[in-house]
Design a protein around this ligand. Structure first.
Ligand SMILES: Cc1cc2nc3c(=O)[nH]c(=O)nc-3n(C[C@H](O)[C@H](O)[C@H](O)COP(=O)(O)O)c2cc1C
Length: 481
C-alpha cells in the first residue's frame, strides 16, 4: 500500500474516544501482550489471545521508515485483503482474530510519526509511542528511552497524534530516578494527550545483565497521585499466572503487560483458577498449535504449504520469527542433553522450509510421549509443585515445572551476573549502586508499603540456584527493551 493509496480510500471515520472511555470501548483489557520487536507479530498474538490475552501490541516499528518505505511497511504490517483470493489469510488488526490491537512506533520527529500513524490507524485501535527502549540502537537512532531528557519533544510527538489522528494515542515509559520525577514525566505524557500510560517499572540502565527487578512501588505511586480516571498498564516482574493478580493488587493498575514470560509460556495469562495443565501446557502441544497458526496465517487456512524463496520469508514476520519463538518456548526441553538433537534440528531449519519445522515438532512429540511413559504425571505431583508457589507476586518461588511443560525463563539478578562474571561494574555504576543501597536501607525512605518487587529487591537471594541452571541454557538473544 502506498501512502497515496491509503489517503485515497480512507475508511469511514470512527468516533474518537479518550482515556478511560476509550479503554472501556475496547473491553477494558487486563492482560496485555507487550510490544516486542520480532516477537509480537500476528501469529504470536493469535496464539496469546487463545491463551487469554485481552489485548496485544505490534512490535515497535520505525516511524520514518514505515511512512517512507513501502518494502518496510510490507514487512511490518499485512493489510486487510483486497480480493477473495487472499481472504483465507489472516491480517494484522483483523476484527475477528486480532483486536484490541495497538501499533507501536519509535520516532523523534512529529511529522514522521504522524505520517506513519495516519497509515497505521486504519489497522488498529490506537497508536503507541515507544519511550522505553534502552538499547544501543535506540541511543544511536535517538528514540525510545533516550528521549527522556527532551520533554518538549515528547510532548509534541504525543500531542501531534492526539490532535491529528482518528484513533487515540498511547505511550509506554520507563520509570525515572525518583517517584517524583516519574510522576512529573507521567503527567506531561498524559497532558500531551496519551489515553493509556504503560509504565515499565525499570529504569533506562536496567537492561541485559543489569535488568534486575521492576519496582512496582513506582507504579503504585503513580496510581495514587495521578487523576483517578487515568488508565495505567503495569509492566515488569511477571513470571507466573499468580503474578498478574498480584501486580494488579500491588500497583492498582488497570491492566498488566507482559513480554518475556509470554514468550516462554504463552499461557501466563490464563486465570489462577485454571488447572496446572492449563497454566503450564505441554510444550509439544503448544509448539503444534503455534506452528498451525503460523501455517494458517502464512499460507491461508486449508491451503498447501509451499516453499517460499528466502527473500519472501522476510515479508512474513510470522514465518521469519518462528525459530526465535521456538528456541524460547523449548528452552527447558533443551536443558536435557538427550534432547539436543531437537535443538540441532531447529538450528538447521529455516522458515522457508516449513516442513522441516513440522518434522521437528513430530520428534518433540515423540520425546515428550516417551518421557511421560517413563515418568507419568499425577495430580498429586502437580499439587506438590503448586504448594511451592507460596505467596503471590514477585515473591513466588521458582517452581520446579518439568521440562516438557511451558515455563518462564528466570533471569539472573545483576548480583548473580557480577558473580559469574557476565557483567562488570563501571565506576558510575559502582557509585550508583552505592547510592541505591544507601537509599534502600535508609529507614526514612521506607513507605511502609512493602510490595513484593521491593521485598525481593532487598533480598535478591530469594532467587536461587535454579536460576543459574536456567541461565546456562538461555537463549543468547534475550533482550529487555
Ligand atoms: C524480545 C523482546 C522484544 C521487545 N521489543 C519491544 C518493543 O518493540 N517495544 C517496546 O516498547 N518494548 C519492547 N520490549 C520490552 C517489553 O515490552 C517490556 O517492556 C519488557 O520486556 C519488560 O517486561 P517483562 O518483564 O514482562 O519482560 C521487548 C522485550 C522483549 C523481551
Amino acid at each position: 500500500m502506498t501512502m497515496t493509496a491509503a489517503a485515497a480510500a480512507p475508511p469511514p471515520k470512527r468516533q474518537k474516544l479518550h482515556g478511560r472511555a476509550f479503554y472501556e470501548s475496547i473491553g477494558s483489557p487486563k492482560r496485555i501482550v507487550a510490544p516486542m520487536v520480532d516477537a509480537s507479530e500476528l501469529a504470536w498474538r493469535i496464539l496469546s489471545r487463545k491463551y487469554n490475552a485481552d489485548a496485544a501490541y505490534s512490535p515497535m516499528f520505525h516511524a520514518r521508515l514505515f511512512a517512507e518505505t513501502e518494502p518496510y511497511r510490507r514487512q511490518s504490517l499485512r493489510s486487510a485483503p483486497t480480493s477473495d483470493v487472499e481472504s483465507s489469510q489472516a491480517y494484522d488488526g483483523e476484527h475477528k482474530s486480532d483486536r484490541p490491537f495497538l501499533i507501536q512506533f519509535c520516532a523523534n520527529d512529529p511529522q514522521h510519526l504522524l505520517a506513519a500513524a495516519k497509515i497505521a490507524q486504519h489497522h488498529c485501535d490506537a497508536v503507541d509511542l515507544n519511550l522505553g527502549c534502552p538499547q544501543g540502537i535506540a541511543k544511536k537512532g535517538h528514540y525510545g528511552a533516550f528521549l527522556q531528557e527532551q520533554p518538549d519533544l515528547i510532548y509534541k510527538l504525543i500531542n501531534t497524534l492526539h490532535k491529528e489522528l482518528d484513533v487515540p494515542v498511547t505511550a509506554k515509559i520507563r520509570i525515572l530516578d525518583t517517584e517524583e520525577k516519574t510522576l512529573a514525566y507521567a503527567k506531561m505524557v498524559l497532558d500531551a494527550g496519551a489515553s493509556i500510560l504503560t509504565v515499565h517499572g525499570r529504569r533506562r540502565e536496567q537492561k541485559s545483565h543489569n535488568t534486575g527487578l521492576a519496582d512496582w512501588t513506582y507504579i503504585r505511586y503513580l496510581r495514587k497521585n495521578l487523576p483517578a480516571d487515568t488508565v495505567i498498564f503495569a509492566n515488569g516482574n511477571i513470571l507466573y499466572n499468580t503474578d498478574v493478580e498480584a501486580c494488579l493488587d500491588a500497583t492498582g493498575a488497570d491492566g498488566v503487560m507482559c513480554a518475556e514470560t509470554n514468550l516462554y509460556n504463552p499461557a501466563v495469562f490464563v486465570p489462577v483458577t485454571a488447572s496446572f495443565e492449563e497454566r503450564f501446557p505441554r510444550v509439544d502441544v503448544m509448539c503444534r498449535q503455534y506452528l498451525q497458526i503460523v501455517q494458517d496465517v502464512t499460507f491461508g487456512v486449508g491451503n498447501p504449504i509451499t516453499e517460499l524463496p528466502k527473500e519472501q520469508v522476510r515479508e512474513h514476520p510470522s514465518l521469519s520469527s518462528i525459530k526465535s519463538h521456538l528456541f524460547r518456548l523449548l528452552h527447558a526441553v533443551f536443558t536435557k542433553k538427550e534432547n539436543h538433537f531437537i535443538r540441532n534440528m531447529l538450528a538447521k531449519a529455516h522458515g522457508s522450509k516449513f516442513e522441516e519445522l513440522l518434522k521437528m515438532a513430530i520428534e518433540l512429540e515423540r520425546v515428550v510421549e516417551e518421557q511421560l511413559k517413563l515418568t507419568p504425571e499425577t495430580p498429586e505431583q502437580w499439587e506438590e509443585i503448586m504448594k511451592e508457589a507460596g505467596g503471590s507476586g514477585a515473591d513466588a518461588k521458582v517452581l520446579p515445572i518439568p521440562w516438557w511443560r511451558c515455563q518462564p525463563y528466570v533471569r539472573p539478578t545483576p548480583q548473580q551476573a557480577y558473580e559469574n562474571g557476565a557483567m562488570q561494574k563501571s565506576k558510575k555504576q559502582l557509585k550508583d549502586s552505592k547510592r541505591e543501597l544507601d537509599t534502600e536501607f535508609n529507614p526514612s525512605s521506607n513507605t511502609g508499603e512493602e510490595l513484593p518487587a521491593k521485598r525481593q529487591k532487598l533480598n535478591p537471594s530469594t532467587e536461587n540456584t535454579k536460576q543459574v541452571d536456567q541461565v546456562a541454557n538461555a537463549d543468547p538473544n534475550l533482550q529487555s527493551n
